[in-house]
Design a protein around this ligand. Structure first.
Ligand code: GUN
Length: 280
């Protein structure tokens, strides 16, 4: 029987640790503030933003909400980001993605001060991760490292296959695993003989965005399987990129969807907010 990695429980541990540190900082008269910007009313974004604000509330981090209409000009968003960059009482800035099609996401992300970029998306933070310097790191991959470590799964020397090459998950995930001394392969939609590649993995991270694509055939006996996907199956039920029913009997540990990686993303955002003040 595979170990089910309980992301809800582990994220609660992380949040409770953060809560204590936030209280201690308050005792020194320091408050942490996260500014959250949502443009438009994408329903998924609304849910994510609400959960991020709830996480702030739980840990004692102050959150400021900014809602711009879906047809706001990019200049309006850039002016808001600039104002928040300047504000001394704002430690972190998060612009929820995706932005409406008329906005240039790269330009907006680059406008956020790298010192307040708690998402870790700014090119300067991505570059710092790449060359092993301190900086903010994207929350989902950071959360996956915590899930592995806190479940007693060692990474050093292991063969890790990251399936997916997005800037938010796949690429930073590969860099973080490398930092933990794993041997890392990035596979993607154009990889030939994909099953052979994934079957090499001691730790397989699935971040492809295709419902239940990874079946038991893709997994080596005893591997650890981390499922980053959040999809809807044919019955509109939430599911991951991993076909849990055929993979669970093969692997040694697996994250469920929901309740695996998802809650860790928010916990690591709060962790990054705390870091923003510790690094000042
Ligand atoms: N959209 C989906 N995931 C994320 C995230 O981690 N941060 C932001 N800002 N937008 C997202």
């Amino acid at each position: 029987m595979a170990m089910i990695i309980d992301g809800k429980e582990i994220s609660l541990q992380v949040k409770d640790e953060i809560k204590k540190k936030v209280e201690a900082l308050k005792g020194q008269g320091k408050e942490i503030t996260l500014a959250v910007i949502q443009v438009g009313d994408n329903p998924a974004s609304t849910v994510y933003v609400r959960n991020k604000k709830r996480g702030c509330e739980y840990t004692g981090i102050r959150s400021l909400s900014y809602e711009l209409s879906g047809d706001a000009a990019e200049e309006e968003l850039l002016a808001l980001v600039e104002e928040l960059n300047e504000r001394e009482d704002v430690n972190g800035i998060l612009v929820q993605l995706p932005l409406p099609p008329h906005m240039d996401e790269d330009r907006v992300i680059s406008a956020i001060s790298p010192l307040k970029d708690v998402d870790g998306f700014h090119p300067q933070n991505v570059g710092n991760l790449c060359i092993g310097r301190p900086g903010f790191v994207s929350c989902t991959p950071l959360g996956i490292i915590q899930l592995l470590k806190r479940s007693g799964i060692s990474i050093e020397g292991k063969k890790c296959v990251v399936l997916g090459r997005s800037n938010i998950v796949g690429k930073p995930m590969a860099l973080l695993l490398l930092r933990e001394n794993a041997t890392v392969t990035i596979a993607h939609s154009r990889t030939e003989n994909l099953k052979e590649v994934t079957r090499e993995a001691d730790i397989l991270i699935a971040a492809v965005g295709r419902a239940k694509m990874i079946t038991g055939e893709y997994v080596k006996e005893g591997a650890v399987v981390i499922d980053v996907g959040i999809n809807r199956d044919e019955n509109n039920k939430l599911c991951g990129d991993v076909d849990f029913d055929t993979v669970e009997p093969v692997c040694s540990a697996i994250t469920p969807v929901p309740g695996g990686v998802g809650p860790m993303t928010i916990a690591m955002l709060l962790h990054n907010c705390l870091e923003s003040i510790e690094r000042e």
